[in-house]
Design a protein around this ligand. Structure first.
Ligand code: TYM
Length: 337
């Protein structure tokens, strides 16, 4: 029997941070044995806000190398660049034509990002979730491992597949598109900013001290944690709405130390910030060390990464073109000879 399919991706906008790792990539790694896994670098999404053309290709390679450095195995997973498979853009167009505009206008992430762009909001930013739906639906993905912030986009992809494609153009016995399920694990699903425990750790925060990237050297990690926002209370704890920073930093410690929430709480319940912060810094540095070592190896041999992405493109294209053809036929296009 075919293994269930997984698809996910990260935008190549600067170095990935702890949120991207713990919310997404870390959960991809364990799925490789039991699932047929596809991971793309979503470069077309990265241009929905103003971008630097001189950096896009480099950031795409960095992101792909970080996938591998975090434990994605190109023997078992298909790793590819979204823009290398033209079917993503074409399916996006087909889905655009059946997706109601007001479904897109109510997307929380669109509203948040649009505010930051002022009067320079591109049509692409509004369309971002439809392209994401195309990414997922092209591969008949059963499962999409993402962080909490992507839940609404996943619901949109499900609604497009079910209500706008399957029920209009398919039949009950033979649905045209597979309706995907999100996979959001509790631990790490929402890593918060180091400078404000009430807002999400994000690549677009202008304050670099708000996030730890996977490529930050040990001294920088230590400095960022030292400066991270705290509160006047002794002891670390989960779930106190008055103490979002304690919740966030203890959460990072619980995941990265491998102790889990219960043991981490027991260890840190009466610890002062002055003891906890160096402990957390050391834990983060040790967790990142093997990732950074593998990353440096991978980047020292560009041909290896190139081969992985080329093979990935071939495998991805084979699956994507089949789905796209199914859709073209169902929508009634005159077939190409
Ligand atoms: P991006 O690059 O913004 O985020 C990539 C992944 O990281 C997760 N994430 C977080 N998780 C926990 N805490 C945080 N602070 C945090 N910040 C980000 C995101 O939930 C995501 O899983 N739209 C997607 C990219 C995408 C995609 C797809 C994902 C495009 N097509 C198809 C899955 C399937 C995004 O958020 O990228």
């Amino acid at each position: 029997m075919a293994r269930p399919r997984v698809l996910s991706g990260v935008q190549p906008t600067g170095a990935l941070h702890l949120g991207n790792w713990l919310g997404a990539i870390r959960n991809w790694v364990g799925l490789q044995d039991s699932h047929d896994t596809f991971f793309c670098v979503v470069d077309l999404h990265a241009i929905t806000v103003p971008h630097d053309p001189a950096r896009l290709a480099e950031d795409t390679l960095t992101t792909a190398a970080l996938y591998l450095a975090c434990g994605i195995d190109p023997q078992r997973s298909t790793v590819f660049v979204q823009s290398h498979v033209a079917a993503h853009s074409e399916l996006c167009w087909l889905l655009n034509c059946v997706t109601p505009l007001n479904w897109l206008e109510r997307m929380i992430q669109f509203k948040e990002k649009a505010v930051k762009q002022g009067d320079n909001v591109s049509a692409g930013l509004l369309d971002y979730p439809v392209l994401m739906a195309a990414d997922i639906l092209l591969y008949d993905a059963d499962l999409v491992p993402v962080g909490e912030d992507q839940k609404q986009h996943l619901e949109l992809a499900r609604d497009i597949a079910q209500q706008r494609i399957n029920s209009r153009f398919g039949s009950e016995e033979a649905p045209l598109l597979r309706v995907p399920e999100p996979l959001i694990l509790q631990d790490g699903a929402r890593v918060m900013s180091l400078t404000d425990g009430r807002s999400k750790m994000s690549k677009s925060d202008p304050n670099e001290g708000s996030r730890i990237t996977l490529l930050d050297p040990p001294e920088l990690v230590t400095r960022k944690i030292k400066r991270a926002k705290t509160d006047p209370t002794m002891g670390l704890e989960f779930g106190n709405p008055e103490r979002p920073e304690a919740d966030n930093l203890l959460g990072l410690y619980a995941v990265l130390s491998g102790l889990g929430r219960e043991a981490a709480t027991a260890q840190c319940a009466s610890m002062g910030w002055g003891t906890f912060k160096p402990l957390l810094a050391e834990t983060v540095v040790e967790a990142l060390r093997p990732v950074q070592e593998r990353y440096r190896d991978l980047r020292s041999d560009p041909s290896q990464l190139q081969q992985v992405l080329e093979l990935g493109r071939e495998r991805a294209e084979a699956v994507a073109s089949t789905t796209l053809q199914r859709l073209r036929d169902a929508l009634g296009f005159y077939p190409r000879s």
